[in-house]
Design a protein around this ligand. Structure first.
Ligand code: FO1
Length: 315
């Protein structure tokens, strides 16, 4: 069963891992958010793509991003030279960035480099950037506009987010690889990633929503999972971000967002949020109430199986 999964960083990578384990090799394509991408120390860094790729390769670091068993000699050296090292790149991870940066400089497309990197790591799925054009997420706080990683890593998500924009999104295009993935998809999954700054940029790529709608017109079902459980984001600032943007910071708030773009057939919410099921249903979505918190590999697979079941049948 060919499955296309839209994902951001760590939370999305966990469900992608569950899907990869539940499916046959080659059946999963992950479309990764590139709004978090940045250039530092002259290196092109694609955090969400790499988080998904390292997770699917079984080599992700202890925090969910970067690589396991890292050393930090380059960062220590840069710190000694007085360089800002608030964005930590491990020595092995730097090899990925050197490779990517060099290939891009020689004219390869980001998608081509992503496919090469995944292949080199032995990932049995495809991990595709949402677009080859640069899209940069920026957030407005009381102190003005911030680059996403300034907000997320340097300022540790402390400022209230009052506005979000995806610079470059209007000029971005669907890649042939992403278009083909939707053309051949048999199921579409929206991972429990931040709906505003992880899934939002993916949906902002012109043609993305239409490609999903076109697949759904063929009878392909689209299923999403709430990354907010009991009013709290499982990871990251999605709950506070939704609140400061005037949205309800619950699974219902996430469902409302996706319902507004007519994205989904069904939505999975946690048992803790069962009381919201009726309201989610009234948005025109089928609801599956299940355990959505992925504490270990077996929980990832269990959730993936629930997701796949929801893509097959009326809940
Ligand atoms: N997250 C952090 O909180 N601190 C870091 O220093 C950091 C470095 C980093 C390096 C490479 C990479 O692929 C990811 C990295 N992340 C780091 C994670 C990442 O910035 C965020 O988790 C995502 O952008 C949000 O999805």
């Amino acid at each position: 069963m060919r499955v296309v999964c839209l994902a951001g960083g760590v939370g999305g990578a966990k469900l992608a891992d569950g899907l990869q384990r539940a499916l046959a090799p080659g059946e999963l394509t992950v479309i990764a958010n590139t709004g978090d991408d940045l250039e530092r120390h002259s290196l092109m860094i694609c955090p969400d793509q790499d988080t998904v790729m390292y997770t699917l390769a079984g080599v992700a670091g202890p925090e969910g991003w970067g690589l396991a068993g890292e050393t930090w000699h380059v960062m220590d050296g840069l710190t000694g030279l007085g360089e800002g090292t608030w964005f930590r790149l491990g020595d092995k991870d730097i090899a990925t960035h050197l490779y990517r940066t060099e290939r891009l400089r020689r004219g390869k497309r980001p998608t081509e480099v992503a496919v090469e990197l995944s292949r080199a790591l032995g990932v049995p799925s495809r991990v595709l950037p949402m677009t080859d054009e640069p899209v940069r997420t920026r957030v407005r706080s009381d102190d003005g506009w911030l680059d996403f990683q300034d907000y997320f890593v340097r300022l540790r998500q402390a400022p209230d987010v009052l506005e979000v924009r995806f610079e470059g999104a209007e000029q971005a295009k669907l890649t042939p690889e992403v278009a083909e993935a939707f053309r051949t998809a048999e199921a579409i999954v929206v991972a429990p990633s931040n709906p505003i700054v992880s899934i939002g940029p993916i949906l902002a790529v012109p043609g993305m929503l239409e490609a999903i709608a076109e697949a759904r017109r063929r009878g392909v079902r689209a299923v999403g999972v709430s990354g907010i459980v009991g009013g709290k984001a499982l990871r990251g600032p999605a709950d506070r971000m939704m609140a400061s943007l005037g949205e309800e910071a619950t699974a219902l708030g996430v469902a409302r967002r996706y319902a507004a773009s007519q994205l989904l057939d069904a939505f999975l919410i946690d048992r803790l949020d069962e009381s919201l099921a009726e309201d989610v249903r009234s948005l025109g979505l089928e609801v599956v109430v299940t355990d959505t918190v992925m504490t270990d590999a077996s929980a990832r697979v269990r959730l993936a199986r629930d997701v796949l079941a929801a893509t097959k049948a009326q809940a």
